[in-house]
Design a protein. Sequence first.
Length: 250
Amino acid sequence: MFEPLKVGVGEYLAGFYATLVATTHPMQEYIQRGVAKSIAWAPSRMVDAAEDMLAAWQRNDTDSATTRPAKLPVILVAMDQSYTPTGREFARQIADSVKVIMPGDAKQRLFGLRTVFGDIRTQLVFAAADEPTARSLAAQFMNYIDAVPNRRIGYSTSFAGVSEDWVATIESPDIPVTAVRTGMKNVVMLAVDITLKAQIPLYDAPKAGEPNDGKGVPGTADPAGYPVVIEVDFDDKALDIQQSVTADSP
């Protein structure tokens, strides 16, 4: 359900990586390494398991060499397993299904739509072998999210073969970056928690055996839509007026 948001966060971080400026010698190698070998996902929130996460990363073979551990610095990213509905002072969920036609649907089917609006806590850990590099990565990230266009993270969802673009909002760019105390020597870790206010659509369509518009197959990736009125016949015998009005009528 929230996988599209994770994809969007990954693309967002790739955009951040492309803006990095090397302010230390280790960062010169880091910005040349490529985003796939520089930023990695970790399970759940990880401050309490930062050492394990970094050890797992360093066991990873990023250079196809079994005797060479992954390099530092690195940015590790995780999404919290918990879920909190977004406060109503910010936005409201669509809890009661409303009937909609998706703008990109060539078949113009009628589906039901609800939306989940939730606060998704996401954590980044900046790990480096020296303090200046870890601090530079953290500072440049905080600078990146402070730019107005970067306070939103785009992601795409798909239903009935139609993709739609959605946006998650970073709750606040004014977030402290804190040191993670570990027992690892020559490793500096800085962590930041950001809250993403994300809206996720929940579409529904007629089930097998229920009335539908015949424009798809219920229960498949190409479902039928709900029945719609396509023509109304008007017959006023007193005025002797007979008229048909269709959905395409002006």
